[in-house]
Design a binder for this molecule. Structure first.
Ligand SMILES: C[S@@+](CC[C@H](N)C(=O)[O-])C[C@H]1O[C@@H](n2cnc3c(N)ncnc32)[C@H](O)[C@@H]1O
Length: 229
């Protein structure tokens, strides 16, 4: 049975209103404060890398251990959203809906393994920036970009999406959660240039009516455009 991506993200351990998901850093692999099943066991996250040679998604905590062995005393990551990758067909629909082209700079806030930014560079020649709070995801993204041959067009940074300078973006992609989208909305409206397109997989922005809504095979995609100030 196919699990829709919205359900996949919610099933990956998030209980709305329960506060940020806290996963252990490198020091204590796998420790969780909420019951999160391993992501690869969910059918909706079946690995189908966009980039040649890209690795399959790792479970929460797993990547951090692999990428940074031997570190101890690392502070736990305070994630606002668990890691669940967007399926390939939905990635392509997000980029299509935003009409991504070679002049664009695509920011994926909470970029996971980098697949959206990498696909934007590979398929449309866009530049891109991925930001993720999890260093293991960023290491994976960089490796995937190398494998895809788009290292010169993309950049991946460890950081908190709420503290990242996004003013350079012409397209912002999101696969977060309803409450996180709402918290992010004032930043998007304040920092992005008018005309910047925002696409969100699965979740809307409350009372901000989208310009377009598309129902991709594995999930809904919403498009907004930052209005003139
Ligand atoms: C649902 S996944 C989406 C991954 C990717 N955008 C995709 O669609 O395939 C959400 C990602 O957000 C990251 N994340 C959670 N809270 C964050 C925060 N405050 N700042 C940056 N990244 C965060 C997680 O580590 C995870 O990789």
């Amino acid at each position: 049975m196919k699990i829709p991506s919205k359900a996949a993200l919610l099933a990956a351990g998030w209980v709305a209103g329960a506060g940020p998901l806290v996963v252990a850093g490198a020091a204590e692999p796998g420790t969780r404060l909420s019951p999160v099943p391993a992501v690869p066991s969910l059918p909706a996250t079946a690995p189908r890398p966009l980039a040649a040679g890209a690795g399959a998604p790792l479970a929460e905590g797993q990547g951090a251990t692999a990428a940074f062995p031997g570190q101890s005393g690392a502070a736990p990551l305070k994630k606002d959203v668990p890691y669940v990758p967007t399926m390939e067909s939905t990635v392509l629909e997000m980029l299509r809906l935003a009409r991504v082209g070679p002049k664009d700079v695509v920011y994926d806030l909470g970029c996971g393994d980098g697949r959206i930014v990498i696909a934007g560079a590979q398929k449309y020649g866009a530049r891109g920036v991925g930001v993720d709070i999890d260093p293991a995801r960023i290491a994976e993204s960089r490796e995937n970009a190398r494998a895809a041959g788009v290292e010169d067009r993309v950049r991946f940074e460890v950081g908190d999406l709420f503290e990242t300078d996004i003013s350079e973006a012409t397209v912002v992609t999101l696969y977060l959660l309803p409450e996180v989208n709402l918290r992010l909305k004032p930043k998007l409206l304040a920092e992005l240039k008018p005309g910047t397109r925002i696409v969100s997989h699965a979740f809307d922005m409350g009372d901000w009516t989208p310009e377009q809504v598309s129902t991709a095979a594995e999930g809904t995609v919403y498009l907004w455009r930052v209005p003139k100030r």
